[in-house]
Design a protein around this ligand. Sequence first.
Ligand code: C2E
Ligand code: MG
Ligand code: MG
Ligand code: MG
Length: 285
Amino acid sequence: WMLPLGLFIGLFIVALVTFLSHKRLSPLAELGVAVRRKEFLVHYQPTIDLRTGRCVGAEALVRWRRPDGALVRPDLFIPLAEDSGLIQPITDQVVDIVLREMGAALRADQALHIAINLAADDVCSGRALAVITRTVGRHGVNASQIWLEVTERGFVDADAARATLARSRELGHTTAIDDFGTGYSSLQYLQGLPVDALKIDKSFVATIGIDAVSGPVIAHIIDMARSLQLSIVAEGVETQAQADYLRAREVDFAQGWLYSKALPADEFLRFYRSMQGSTDTDRSG
Ligand code: C2E
Ligand code: MG
Ligand code: MG
Ligand code: MG
């Protein structure tokens, strides 16, 4: 009876190997493997101070390097991760990578900041903030140099979100509401939130000087942020005309392909340092 059993096991292994080598894993299972194998990396998109034209930091944007070498954009896997509970270990890995890659630069230059995106789960549970506090502390970096970005989706559990944001402020982080204008937050709701900045979604920036109907919406968002005494970051700035409009309205910071796309850590630091001596406000990419 040993022979049939051996045959059975042999056939089973062959079937399993065939199954795996044909990549018949579901996208979710594949993402699970990616988390275990730590296949994520982080690129850094420069943030420009519109008043001085200088780079003041960057936003950490995660990418997934698949075994076949393809670089997958976060829009294609973050939503899946958020729905499946895989977002927590991904956030942990991003925090770890950011501090490993940027820890020394952050310690050496207290004017430099890096922004980390938090998912709704991260905001509501408060767990990610504990991980950030521990990791930032271990690397001897000031919490004030780590900015956090949360979207309005993070406010589904309003009380939990409020608690995390309040704690984050106590710790010294600057917190921004990301993709602002695409959610449903009322002025009244925003007024009570312990946040420091609004990031205007790139869909509004794209309307500057082009779309007469939604164009004025961006002016309204800017006014609203002002009245709430929030800093303003404009994302997706692609043209000099957009930058001029934003600077004329005293928007504080900008990001976009006009300045730079997201870069690997070493390239970002070169970009950052190359701008430190300069006062050129008309830098275009
Ligand atoms: P986001 O936080 O709103 O990031 C801005 C996105 O706009 C980035 O896409 C960036 O590469 C892109 N972008 C920058 N400049 C321009 C521009 O001038 N024009 C245009 N058209 N696009 C520009 P990316 O890197 O694909 O990230 C997409 C989204 O994935 C992010 O949107 C963010 O919501 C999410 N994400 C990225 N990294 C993380 C992360 O570590 N954790 C979580 N939870 N979400 C992340
Ligand atoms: Mg963001
Ligand atoms: Mg954004
Ligand atoms: Mg956006």
